[in-house]
Design a binder for this molecule. Structure first.
Ligand code: BGC
Length: 433
């Protein structure tokens, strides 16, 4: 017999058992293949126009700009003869438009130009890691398709981000640079390649599971049917934009939460697994339970009045229900309320772990590589949600689910972590263009 909370969640489709792993994996792969062939599906499958085989020049610096969901970072990066990166003049400011802040295109580019100003005399190449869905042009500019992670600067949608930066630099009298735009998953993949140079991997996957989530892998030109005329025999990175996957049925909690986001109906997969959203999703679960009598009256009132629940607060509470940190810690909970809140929210994180594993497995299997244990597929993973979630040990859950999926298919992977992977990979891209 289920306890009342498990029964309440299961009746609404929120339990790890509710995910049919094999069927979801098959749907994911099918959607990836169709996207790469040019069929309009929920996975954009964006060619990056970046190969992975060019040698990285030794001792030449690149300027790196990294626009993520929370921070905007800049640095100067060069590599020594062993491929070891050296990062200098690092600086970090909040990403314009993050956390509900108002921003315009002009503010965005001026902020970028100011951050870059001290680095500009030092190098000719800019590797610009732009962590949003963007169509990449053959000369490595990026046309923003839509915003994610609750950032909203509408006038930038449909425009070229590299061109915008270049214009802002010229306006500030700072001259022309060669700018290479790439997604953070592609950068992470490249960072894994350059860190694991001595190991002979058969293919490379990049995964981000942080504020947002996404995957990239390397596909032979022959399989990129949506771009005719690519040179035979080559290969390039593909940004899957896996957060857009529409093949997972939304529960009523997902639907309620989705209406509170800046892009309802879009990126429903990302909203089930990434840090920008897990707190809001947990809030939807807690409020539904509060209105059905799962909490004491004062706790229920406090939960129903809660206007926003950052993932950090929810995660911290689930890991330590007596924490003094965050919105839930301030609520008038008795111990039964604490037990109920934990039991209601842990499944949110457990489902995220299974879905993230399916996402990685789909990318690995689409490479068609990894059958030979001598040459596993290198999966480089970056992101705070993956490494730092405490409510459940998300990293080890993902690994466990992933092994289950891949072992029975005879596919070998090695999971890599590279410090500052998006920054390092953006430097590689800028220098090897
Ligand atoms: C964006 C992706 C990005 C991912 C991880 C998503 O919201 O759409 O382009 O790679 O976040 O940062």
């Amino acid at each position: 017999m289920n306890d009342p909370i498990t029964a309440f969640l299961s009746a609404r489709g929120l339990s790890s058992g509710a995910v049919d792993v094999d069927a979801t994996l098959a749907r994911f792969r099918h959607e990836m293949a169709r996207g790469l062939a040019g069929t309009p599906v929920s996975l954009p499958m964006i060619p990056a126009y970046i190969g992975i085989d060019r040698p990285v020049p030794v001792g030449r610096p690149a300027i790196v700009l990294d626009a993520g969901g929370t921070n905007l970072r800049a640095a100067l990066v060069s590599f020594d003869a062993s491929g070891k990166p050296r990062m200098e003049k690092f600086s970090k400011i909040p990403m314009p438009g993050a956390n509900g802040a108002h921003a315009t295109a002009e503010m965005f580019y001026n902020t970028l130009a100011e951050l870059l100003a001290p680095l500009l005399p030092e190098a000719e190449d800019i590797g610009f890691c732009f962590s949003y869905p963007a169509e990449i042009t053959p000369d490595c500019d990026a046309r923003l398709m839509c915003w994610t992670k609750n950032i909203d600067i509408p006038e930038m949608v449909g425009t070229l981000v590299g061109e915008g930066l270049s214009n802002a630099l010229k306006k500030a009298g700072r001259g022309a640079k060669r700018i290479t735009l790439l997604n953070d998953t592609v950068a992470t993949l490249l960072a894994g390649k350059s860190a694991g140079i001595s190991r002979r991997y058969s293919n490379y996957v990049g995964l981000i599971l942080g504020t947002g989530s996404n995957t990239a892998y390397v596909a032979p030109h022959a399989t990129i049917l949506k771009v005719p005329g690519l040179p035979a025999g080559g290969a390039m990175a593909i940004n899957v934009e896996s957060g857009g996957f529409a093949g997972i049925p939304q529960t009523e909690f997902d639907r309620v939460f989705d209406t509170t986001t800046t892009n309802p109906g879009a990126y429903t997969f990302e909203k089930m697994i990434a840090g920008a959203y897990l707190g809001g999703l947990g809030r939807a679960v807690l409020q539904a339970a509060a209105s059905r009598g799962f909490f004491s009256p004062p706790a229920a009132r406090a939960l129903l009045d809660c206007a926003a629940l950052p993932n950090m607060d929810l995660d911290e509470f689930c890991a330590n229900p007596f924490t003094s940190f965050g919105a839930l810690a301030k609520m008038p909970f008795n111990d039964d309320d604490r037990r109920a809140a934990m039991a209601l929210c842990k499944p949110v994180f457990e489902r995220a772990a299974i879905l993230a594993a399916v996402n990685i497995a789909a990318a690995v299997l689409q490479t068609g590589d990894g059958a030979d244990p001598l040459h596993p597929v290198a999966v480089t993973i970056d992101g705070s949600t993956y490494y730092r979630t405490k409510a459940v040990n998300l990293k080890s859950l993902v690994e466990q689910h992933l092994r289950e999926m891949l072992n029975k298919r005879g596919v070998h992977v090695e999971l890599l972590q590279v410090e500052d992977a998006p920054v390092i990979g953006a430097a590689v891209a800028g220098l090897t263009r």
